[in-house]
Design a protein around this ligand. Structure first.
Ligand code: UDX
Ligand code: UDX
Length: 468
């Protein structure tokens, strides 16, 4: 069916839906883009006149919102009406790991995707293209089709006349989302209806070179997203596992990464050792991949990928042990500055952040944490820590959030850098060290400090993967 897309609806105004729709609206002034969400507070934040109050922090997003909001980009809770007006609907709702029942801890909870499909089935009018934007297990499109099909049959119309389902996974990395959307490595569209694929490709082609728009079948597209994330996470576990070997043998992981990455077949990106990967995707998607492999009896494959997750957890446990060891085996009542709480720089997102697990363990050892992050708000930090700590630790004043870095580091026994924020790279550690309780330690898990440039060579600095 020939489709001229004039009106888009996106269900889910989150980290993916918000930026993706903003960039589409910015590049396609003739298309009306409505982003809808069941959460009225989130929608209100997207509509806040003050750009600083947008619900997510993403470099470059504010300018686009200023340019398009109210013209061809709208945020609302009016889901039914915007679905009924849409030629094309993106499903961009969250797809968390199941916490109970069959597959708990591994399988994806498709509750929100199913709910969205039912709402679409009920309110969509005319022919509508339904696009999976959320990361989903392979074959989810089949479930969406079945739901849409059942409703179409009830209404006495054929499915093909009413809906087409496409997969169009996002590959954006937080903190770089706008750049990734404006200049993507590739756009992937999976489907079985050529015209619908053409219609969606037509939207992206307004700003993306057509050579970068890859088309395939539904299952290859769904699976490609899971596999891409698994490969990326695998690189991090690979380099982190080697960071431990470098520390023991006196090698330097940064130099090793440059030497290894110089081989074009390996490539230089994504080889930074650190406190392990966080974020909403890697753990969830690999867990899901493991679940799918087990389901199909591919036990060796699932064990292989399980190791990527195991190394990630091990790296975090290893860091705790190093901190304890350097601080004479005890951190009870010691002041420790935590610099960075988000799972990576340039985002306020804390989902699966290594900081959560590391802070939890330090608090359980009795440390007093002074936490500073330039973008994560204090309520989020409190919420994340209370979620993982036993109740008995909640009331003891064992952590506090700081507005200034000095507040965290003055008189501290140690500073632990957990996120590679630019402002940490510019810190004067000679001065900070003087204000710390000696012998103080700086645990630079992201290797942000250029040790060679420090005037005082006697500062105790530990960096991931740096052997002496
Ligand atoms: C996305 C993807 O969709 C997910 O599959 C991927 O693995 C990670 O990125 P993200 O945008 O980060 O999710 O999630 P989130 O920021 O939680 O946003 C989802 C939004 O959907 C929320 O604002 C939530 O309120 C909304 N939602 C959820 C609905 O509007 N309707 C629902 O039925 C469920
Ligand atoms: C990831 C994928 O990159 C993206 O394509 C997908 O769509 C969603 O998941 P995101 O989680 O936003 O994006 O960030 P990413 O830059 O991939 O970083 C994930 C985690 O790995 C972070 O905790 C980061 O600090 C860590 N990381 C990344 C490293 O420890 N070392 C590296 O070299 C790269």
């Amino acid at each position: 069916m020939n489709q001229d897309i004039k009106n888009i609806c996106c269900i889910g105004a989150g980290y993916v839906g918000g930026p993706t729709m903003s960039v589409i609206a910015s590049n396609c002034p003739n298309i009306q883009v409505n982003v809808v969400d069941i959460n009225p507070e989130r929608v209100a934040a997207w509509n806040d006149r003050d750009i600083a109050n947008l619900p997510i922090y993403e470099p470059g997003l504010g300018q686009i919102i200023k340019k398009c909001r109210g013209y061809n980009l709208h945020f609302s809770t009016n889901i039914e009406e915007n679905i009924s007006k849409a030629d094309l609907i993106f499903i961009s709702v969250n797809t968390p790991t199941k916490t109970s029942g069959i597959g708990a801890g591994q399988a994806i909870d498709l509750k929100w995707v199913e709910e969205s499909s039912r709402t679409i089935a009920k309110y969509a009018k005319g022919f509508t293209i339904v696009v999976e934007k959320s990361t989903l297990p392979v074959k989810t499109a089949q479930k969406i089709k079945e739901i849409l099909q059942a409703t179409s049959a009830n209404k006495g119309v054929s499915f093909e006349k009413k809906f087409s389902v496409l997969s169009n996974p996002e590959f954006l990395a937080e903190g770089n989302a706008i750049k990734n959307l404006e200049e993507p490595d590739r756009i992937l569209i999976g489907g079985d209806d050529e015209e619908s694929i053409k219609a969606l490709a037509g939207i992206y082609s307004k700003w993306v070179d057509v050579k970068k728009i890859l088309t395939t079948d539904l299952w290859s597209s769904e699976l490609s997203k899971l596999i891409a994330n698994a490969f990326l996470a695998q690189r991090i576990s690979s380099i982190n596992s080697m960071s431990a070997l470098c520390e023991i043998t006196g090698a330097h992981i940064k130099d090793v990464a440059v030497a290894v990455g110089a081989d074009k077949r390996i490539g230089k990106y994504f080889l930074n050792a650190g406190p392990g990967f966080g974020g909403s995707c890697f753990k969830k998607d690999i867990s899901n991949l493991i679940y799918i492999c087990n389901h199909y009896g591919l036990y060796e494959v699932s064990e292989y990928w399980q190791k990527v997750l195991d190394i990630n957890n091990w790296q975090q446990r290893r860091l705790i042990e190093i901190i304890l060891k350097k601080l004479f085996g005890t951190i009870s009542e010691k002041k420790i500055a935590i610099l960075g709480f988000s799972f990576k720089a340039d985002t306020n997102d804390t989902r699966e952040s290594p900081a959560i697990f590391i802070c939890k363990k330090l608090i359980e050892e009795g440390a007093n944490l002074y936490i500073y992050d330039p973008k994560v708000n204090n309520n989020q930090i409190d919420y994340d820590l209370k979620r993982v700590l036993e109740k008995s630790f909640h009331e003891k004043d064992l952590w506090q959030c700081c507005e200034l870095i000095e507040e965290a580091t003055n008189n501290a026994d140690a500073a632990v850098i957990l996120t590679e924020w630019d402002e940490f790279k510019k810190l004067n550690w000679n001065d900070i060290n003087k204000m710390m309780r000696q012998p103080a330690w700086i645990f630079d898990t992201r290797s942000t400090i250029e040790i060679k440039k420090l005037a005082n060579k006697n500062i105790n600095i530990w960096q991931t993967g740096f052997g002496n």
